[in-house]
Design a protein around this ligand. Structure first.
Ligand SMILES: NC(=O)c1ccc[n+]([C@@H]2O[C@H](COP(=O)([O-])OP(=O)(O)OC[C@H]3O[C@@H](n4cnc5c(N)ncnc54)[C@H](O)[C@@H]3O)[C@@H](O)[C@H]2O)c1
Length: 365
């Protein structure tokens, strides 16, 4: 049970292989992309305990040797210090431009490894083997790589496309439920922004997909990747349409900042609330039927995701506080906030023409 999705980027085109037991097949899938017989495998301590052995066995079966680099789990690893350590270990291993670096992990490992591969020796090839739902449907696809700076998240980075993405949905069985749901916010985002049929399907089948139905989970991951791949192929550098993928993110980032990027709110939870707020703002501006905004929020709640600022545990951030965080968002251009709004489920568009009072009202409601 697997699906292959092409990311049509000319000389930088690649395939996403999504399905069950893909990790067992990874060695054979990776082999064509390197002249080396030893492959660095970058991962974190949690993933190493659970899934590294399977990948190393699979590489061995294909006549390759995996050399693990095991980093501490968590966002703090996506830092200058983490980059220095990883580049040092890769250089000590003698990585050269014929080599292939494998990222086995969530978005933290994928972003850091992609960035390190992009700058080492002016660019070495890398492969994504994502192990969280967020990484399988979002961060491993599209070539955005970055580390965090003291001034903010993902501020130091580059576009560096992987040579292949191998998404084994079976690996998600070991993911804590909260992380799985946070990743699901990015899945439902694709339905909300551009595919009403997919949203319909998610309403009836997402609970089964997240409950262990691997065929349904493969469909959810593959359909999400198909949508992201199509958008990235049309707008790799986010000069236009790719911004749609930021649905919910302007609100979401402000909420993450207001809660101190802490355990109170995971990134995907912030995106879930952010999308619900984008629907409500669209409704307030007379752009979107209220029944679509309500239907969207109802689905988030049914899945166990937060859909309102009041769903965040602890004290609620104020509207002014959140507006202050939005003013520092990467998506501010010429002092104007860019929002992704909706004309209905599956019909998102980008706009910088949003009255700040309407945003304040939505945040205060
Ligand atoms: N590059 C992009 O386009 C893009 C897009 C979205 C998010 N991101 C970035 O992705 C990062 C978040 O990614 P994430 O949510 O995957 O977080 P993560 O990489 O921190 O993983 C979350 C946690 O799950 C653990 N884990 C990973 N796979 C597991 C598995 N199969 N079983 C059990 N535990 C597992 C990890 O060790 C970690 O503790 C952020 O840094 C964000 O900025 C990047």
């Amino acid at each position: 049970m697997s699906d292959i999705i092409s990311v049509g980027l000319g000389s930088r085109a690649y395939e996403i292989h999504a399905g069950v037991s893909m990790l067992h097949r990874a060695g054979g899938l990776l082999k064509p992309f390197t002249r080396a017989t030893t492959l660095p495998v970058v991962t974190d301590e949690h993933v190493a305990k659970l899934h590294l052995g399977t990948l190393l066995d699979s590489l061995r079966g294909a006549g390759l040797t995996g050399k693990p680099i095991i980093l501490p789990p968590g966002e703090a690893t996506k830092s200058f210090a983490g980059l220095e350590r990883l580049c040092g270990e890769l250089l000590d291993m003698g990585i050269d431009r014929g080599g292939l670096v494998v990222a086995l992990g969530g978005g933290v490992i994928g972003d850091l490894t992609g960035f390190a591969a992009g700058v080492l020796k002016r660019g070495v090839a890398f492969a994504q083997v994502p192990t969280t739902l967020l990484a399988q449907v979002d961060s491993s696809v599209g070539g955005k790589t970055a580390i965090n700076a003291r001034q903010g998240k993902n501020l130091v980075g580059l576009f560096h496309q992987p040579r292949i993405v191998i998404a084994d949905v079976g690996l998600l069985a070991t993911l804590p439920r909260r992380e799985l749901l946070a990743g699901y916010a990015e899945v439902v985002k694709y339905g909300a922004l551009g595919d009403a049929d997919f949203f319909d399907w998610l309403e009836s089948s997402a609970a089964a997909a997240l409950g262990g139905d691997e065929a349904a989970l493969t469909h959810a991951v593959a359909q999400s990747c198909r949508m992201k791949a199509a958008i990235v192929a049309r707008d790799e550098r986010e000069t236009g349409e790719r911004a749609l993928l930021n649905l919910g993110h302007t609100f979401g980032h402000a909420l993450e900042a207001a809660t101190g990027f802490s355990d109170r709110l995971l990134h995907g939870e912030g995106v879930a609330i952010g999308m619900a707020l984008a629907f409500r703002l669209s409704q307030k501006l007379g752009l979107c039927p209220g029944q679509d905004a309500e239907r969207f929020a109802r689905h988030l709640k049914a899945m166990g995701l937060p859909a309102a600022i009041s769903d965040i545990p602890g004290p609620c951030p104020t509207a002014e506080e959140l507006l202050g965080h939005m003013a520092h968002d990467k998506k501010v251009a010429d002092g104007r906030l860019t929002f992704i709004l909706l004309r209905g489920i599956g019909r998102a568009f980008v706009t910088s023409d949003v009255p700040v009072d309407a945003v304040r009202d939505i945040l205060a409601a």
